[in-house]
Design a protein around this ligand. Structure first.
Ligand SMILES: O=c1ccn([C@H]2C[C@H](O)[C@@H](CO)O2)c(=O)[nH]1
Ligand SMILES: [Zn+2]
Length: 169
């Protein structure tokens, strides 16, 4: 059972900060094990806030709920995906968290965590990588997490090397 929860994609298994080898409990019911206090990811507060806000996601089309939490100097800002019948008009959890941060008056991301429940870790989509890079420096850590506490962390410039920068001529 727990084997299937290992991050599957190649980059995740090579991550510097990946904690996939940390000991964790076997699931007693369902697909995922419950987190024990000894198993919490390093960024506990972001983890719990992203996990909690995911419950509020509006995802009737994909049925795939995502939560995101961003740490900035003035606090933690959360977002969940909000889909729309006009499918491309939906917004990702990361986009919602960014909007919340900016609305709260902050424009510098210190840390990001994305929480989803899938058989592999969920990384921000391409568009969200660009959105994050607008406010996150190259060394900012972006952690991807699931319900059993497996996390992988990538730096912003690993997630989006050669980000687009708008420099009018
Ligand atoms: O990092 C991600 C990946 C996907 N989604 C959302 C978009 C869509 O609503 C659903 C399925 O792609 O998941 C996010 O919010 N963040
Ligand atoms: Zn996205």
């Amino acid at each position: 059972m727990t084997e299937s929860l290992q991050p599957r994609s190649a980059p995740f298994s090579q991550l510097q900060y990946c904690n996939a080898d940390r000991p964790r409990r076997r699931s007693s019911s369902g697909l995922f094990a419950r987190l024990g206090k000894d198993q919490l990811p390093v960024t506990d507060d972001l983890y719990h806030m992203a996990r909690a806000v995911r419950e509020n996601a509006h995802a009737p089309y994909s049925k795939f709920k995502v939560g995101a939490a961003i740490r900035s100097r003035n606090g933690i800002h959360v977002g969940c995906n909000v889909e729309n019948a006009a499918l491309p008009d939906g917004i990702c959890a990361e986009g919602g968290a960014i909007t919340s941060m900016v609305a709260a008056g902050d424009k510098e991301i210190l840390e990001v965590l994305v929480y989803a429940e899938s058989d592999s870790l969920v990384a921000p989509c391409g568009g969200c990588r660009q959105k994050l890079s607008e406010f996150a420096g190259p060394d900012v850590k972006v952690t991807m997490a699931g319900p059993d506490g497996i996390t992988a962390t990538m730096k912003m410039d690993e997630l989006l090397p050669a980000a687009f920068l708008f420099k009018p001529a």
